[in-house]
Design a protein around this ligand. Structure first.
Ligand SMILES: Nc1ncnc2c1[nH]c(=O)n2[C@H]1C[C@H](O)[C@@H](COP(=O)(O)OP(=O)(O)OP(=O)(O)O)O1
Length: 166
């Protein structure tokens, strides 16, 4: 594996609902997902998470209100790239979601999620997130539709995971 790229992914929650955005362009186009993107060289991971959420949904969160709930890794058959995705959630935010150049946001009831129009891995790890678990998921894809193999491991804490990781 030669190249690791760092991404964020943010989910806003209110009661039985979760905010997703329909991606209008680029990677993951025409899929519902959380809000996030690449971490730029001049910012921390949490700063990137706050910025991407705002750019894609117009919603505001304080960095201290974002809870790191998961670490996801995506690799692809015959491609030397590892996508390292830091997943955050919060139910403390400000604003009303608005359509942006990149995403169309919509609140979904957590029992009516549009998995058929999401990344195939989402259906495997969303149950962990919705049950309030911390976890690490690793997914190896062939193309963008087929998961060749995966693991999901529950964690006591994400801080401990990152501190102990080699
Ligand atoms: N398989 C899978 N499941 C769930 N979520 C994701 C994936 N793959 C992914 O990339 N993601 C997430 C991680 C990020 O939040 C986005 C991808 O970010 P992207 O839109 O490429 O990054 P930007 O910096 O916004 O890109 P630009 O379009 O602005 O260049 O999807």
């Amino acid at each position: 594996m030669s190249l690791t790229k760092l991404f964020t992914l943010v989910f806003l929650r209110k009661e039985d609902e979760i905010l997703l955005g329909f991606k209008k362009r680029g990677f993951g186009m025409n899929k519902w997902n959380g809000f996030g993107g690449k971490v730029e060289p001049n910012e921390t991971i949490v700063e990137a998470a706050v910025r991407e959420l705002s750019e894609e949904s117009t919603m505001s969160v304080k960095p201290s209100d974002l809870i790191n709930i998961a670490h996801l890794e995506f690799t692809f058959h015959d491609e030397p790239v590892l996508m390292d995705v830091r997943v955050f959630a919060t139910n403390t935010f400000e604003g009303t979601p608005k359509e942006t150049e990149e995403m169309t946001p919509k609140w979904f009831n957590i029992k009516e999620l549009p998995f058929s129009n999401m990344w195939p891995d989402d259906e495997l790890w969303f149950p962990y997130m919705l049950e309030g678990k911390k976890f690490v998921g690793k997914f190896h894809y062939k193309g963008f539709d087929t998961i060749l193999h995966h693991t999901i491991e529950e964690q006591e804490s994400m801080e401990a995971f990152y501190a102990n990781r080699k």
